[in-house]
Design a protein around this ligand. Structure first.
Ligand code: ATP
Ligand code: MG
Length: 197
């Protein structure tokens, strides 16, 4: 895994065994269908910390795949994220987030709440995503959809999009083993000192 931290002195890339998440962060999972985002989220975060676009579609239409309610589902998901961050509650957005527009809104929500946005990028071989997408319980999208999402992700990585978009940290997982070995280490948020009396 590589971790890239935005800092005043420029960003650095270093190997890092643990993904450090400050309390009250907005954690944005990024990866094509079948990359293992929901599995990863379920393994490392509490159910109430995870906002999944599938779950919001299901809430609205009794069907997590019903694209007709996608707009409303994302709107609700964004409001839920803003509400949680206002209470400094760590929040994980489980959606593909492979487009600039999807990420831009999330970074803006984090910025408005004064919370860091942290990207966890599932940059796995496309064949792995395709295979996992096919064996996914519930619904699977077509191989062409996975291919488009993977291409979108490759282009974003190629142009260094995540740092430019304002993510404070970017953790990139590039093999299934890295995903399986990843550890989340929760750390206390660094708070600015309150102004004196
Ligand atoms: P989507 O964007 O479609 O929701 P996703 O990124 O959330 O996809 P998952 O649903 O987590 O992907 O995983 C897809 C399939 O791959 C599931 O069948 C899951 O059991 C399997 N899978 C996920 N992660 C792993 C893993 N680390 N090792 C083995 N299989 C995995
Ligand atoms: Mg999922």
């Amino acid at each position: 895994m590589t971790t890239r931290r935005a800092s005043a002195g420029g960003a650095s890339t270093l190997p890092d065994p643990a993904i450090r998440i400050a309390e009250g962060s907005l954690v944005v999972l990024i990866g094509p269908a079948g990359a293992g985002k929901s599995t990863f989220a379920g393994r490392h975060f509490r159910p109430t910390e995870i906002l999944s676009s599938d779950a919001f579609r299901a809430m609205l239409a009794d069907d997590e795949a019903d694209q007709r309610v996608s707009g409303a589902a994302f709107e609700l998901m964004h409001r839920a994220a803003a509400g949680r961050l206002a209470g400094r509650r760590t929040t994980v957005v489980d959606a593909t987030n492979v487009t600039h527009d999807a990420r831009r809104i999330l970074v803006e929500i984090a910025r408005a709440a004064g919370c860091p946005a942290v990207a966890i990028v599932f940059d796995l071989p496309e064949a792995e995503c395709r295979a996992r997408n096919r064996q996914r319980p519930g619904r699977a999208v077509g191989d062409d959809v996975v291919a488009r999402q993977a291409e979108s992700l490759r282009r974003a990585i190629g142009r260094g999009a995540f740092a430019a978009e304002g993510f404070a940290e970017i953790h990139r997982l590039t093999t299934p083993a890295e995903v399986d070995l990843a550890r989340i280490e929760r750390v206390r948020a660094v708070r600015r000192a309150r102004p004196g009396p």
